[in-house]
Write a protein that binds this ligand. Sequence first.
Ligand code: NAD
Ligand code: MG
Length: 396
Amino acid sequence: GGGNSPVAVTVLGATGSIGTSTLDVIARHPERYRVHALSAHRSREELLVRCREHQPRLAVLEREEDARWLRARLAEAGLDTEVRTGRDALVEIAEAPEVDVVMAAIVGAAGLLPTLAAVEAGKRVLLANKEALVMSGGLFMEAVTRSGATLLPIDSEHNAIFQCLPPEHRGGLEQHGVTQLLLTASGGPFRGWSAERLAAVTPEQACAHPNWSMGRKISVDSATLMNKGLELIEACWLFDARPDQIQVVVHPQSVIHSMAAYNDGSVIAQLGNPDMRTPIAHGLAWPERIASGVEALNLFEVARFDFEPPDDTAFPCLRLAREAIASGGTAPAVLNAANEVAVEAFLDGRLSFNGIGELVECVLTSCRVDPAAELEGILAADERARRDARQWLGES
Ligand code: NAD
Ligand code: MG
């Protein structure tokens, strides 16, 4: 801030739920932030709307036909945004020297390479794309240390924990007096349901989350509790935590976004309305604070906080994530890849809700874990797991 030129931001996944919230916060502070580049997969109409509003230098889409369409519309509107396509273009807008901040908000493994590129270029990286960190864990965190990148968690739970920990928290929780991280979970739309009842769940039911409005993939992950599993792995890497230092606490109101417990008995929590603009604004401005557009929390409206343990029987995905991080190496990448294939199949009506956990378990238990894989090994494990998952589905 303070009279300097605006901070240049690239938003990867600009048309998604997180991308949209990010641009909402940025638009509230035009003197502070300027959009350098925006990316989307195939949603060219939405990307056009955002280009009109934010006038980025660059826009990236996957396919050349969509890029041609966007170029024509931008020319009609008299805008000089340059449109590029493909993976290399995503990496370019993530690592460009004129970029200060990269919001990593692509969903799934597709975000790994551009997110890593932003890290390696030493950017301030706002990490929403948890799958990237789950897949590449140690390698990702080493790159952060090596490059001097500033990694700020956007996942609401991890952003909350970040705010509850001392400013310099790397190097193990114990040395800072932290005994446990309490990772809160809403429990999803099917909290309290039995496995029998879950068998008939439809994609529409799974995507109607009670507290958060999100993309379809993370909505399904929230419903299966795989989201909490991915978040457990994410927390291990972000905060140098062992899995046994993380307790998952189901808190249906989703007002406490997570907590840190200390050896003197203190438990520090971060609270707020469930709106991703709060962690996004925190990540953008840290260590300063800026307005996010989120309404003040009214505790009388919330009225009460409930807590319960997760149901590991009806929702096996959290246990599978614990197994994957315990196995280490490429196991989390395998878990993630099998889950991505399973969620897609569920959303297409080719797999039952309970089939998601069954498929992930089968692929995870039958995979060979590479304990010290570099990036290529991780990408190979991801590919193999997808192949195994499709075979399980009877699709190849
Ligand atoms: P979304 O589906 O709403 O948006 C995804 C974005 O990524 C879109 O812009 C889409 O065009 C782009 N995209 C999708 N597939 C792509 C591909 N193959 N290549 C390039 N771009 C692609 O998802 P979302 O809910 O915004 O979630 C984004 C990420 O943030 C996910 O990793 C999710 O787990 C994480 N996250 C989301 C929330 C939330 O509230 N939505 C909360 C915490 C974390
Ligand atoms: Mg979360």
